[in-house]
Design a protein around this ligand. Structure first.
Ligand SMILES: Cc1cc2nc3c(=O)[nH]c(=O)nc-3n(C[C@H](O)[C@H](O)[C@H](O)COP(=O)(O)O)c2cc1C
Length: 201
């Protein structure tokens, strides 16, 4: 079966993308509005995109009324955000923060998520996250349908101590990060069945 994007609605295109690009990592993004209101929301149109400089990309669908999501608005206005990785213990709170809430609601308070101050940006990081990345807006692209692609330059990496199993060489424990991933609809995945393939010389 095949579909031409010119024959399908954007809702079908969305369904095709999120049901076939699997699994997707989740960025639980913290920002602060221009008025100083903290915001947190999860995004699975997310990945690392380069290492020099280290950059991550986030994809934003527009809200129902066509406006930008609060996270995108805050990043474009303040140029700062923090990507927090999500483990299973945080899953319910992460999902609470995906509710369509008014811009003046602090999701971190609502979901009872403790935070820690960041070092190089104003938005805080989420204490329970095994990994957080302080980011600065690097570039952004507006999509025709009202969405946004935002690229962030990672200024600072935070890793919980037990995640780093060796410093020289740097080794990081997948089991200690224990990230969950977004599948389609309400489905999520765990990283619990790892196999190895060595790269050819
Ligand atoms: C696991 C998960 C992943 C999500 N990924 C995205 C995404 O990549 N892009 C997007 O626009 N919305 C995504 N959403 C929906 C947003 O989290 C939701 O619209 C949220 O209310 C946005 O909050 P904000 O307006 O405070 O930024 C996702 C929701 C969940 C639960």
């Amino acid at each position: 079966m095949h579909f031409s994007s010119s024959d399908i609605t954007s809702a079908t295109a969305y369904k095709l993308l999120v049901s076939t690009i699997l699994p997707r990592p989740i960025a639980f993004v913290t920002t602060i509005s221009q008025n100083g209101i903290p915001n947190a929301a999860p995004f699975s149109f997310f990945n690392a995109m380069g290492s020099n400089p280290p950059v991550v990309a986030l994809g934003f669908e527009p809200k129902q009324d066509g406006r930008n999501k609060d996270t995108a608005t805050n990043i474009l206005e303040t140029k700062e955000f923090v990507v927090n990785m999500v483990d299973e213990q945080m899953a319910v709170q992460m999902n609470q923060c995906a509710a369509d809430l008014a811009s003046d609601i602090d999701e971190l308070q609502l979901a009872k998520l403790d935070t820690l101050p960041s070092i190089e940006v104003t938005p805080p990081r989420i204490s329970a996250s095994p990994v957080s990345m302080e980011c600065q807006l690097y570039n952004n692209m507006e999509l025709e349908g009202g969405g946004q692609i935002i690229i962030g330059r990672v200024l600072h990496f935070h890793l919980r101590d037990n995640v780093v199993t060796s410093l020289n060489p740097l080794r990081i424990s997948i089991e200690e990060i224990a990230p969950i991933s977004r599948l389609s609809g309400p489905h999520y995945g765990r990283v619990n069945d790892i196999f190895n393939i060595l790269r050819p010389e």
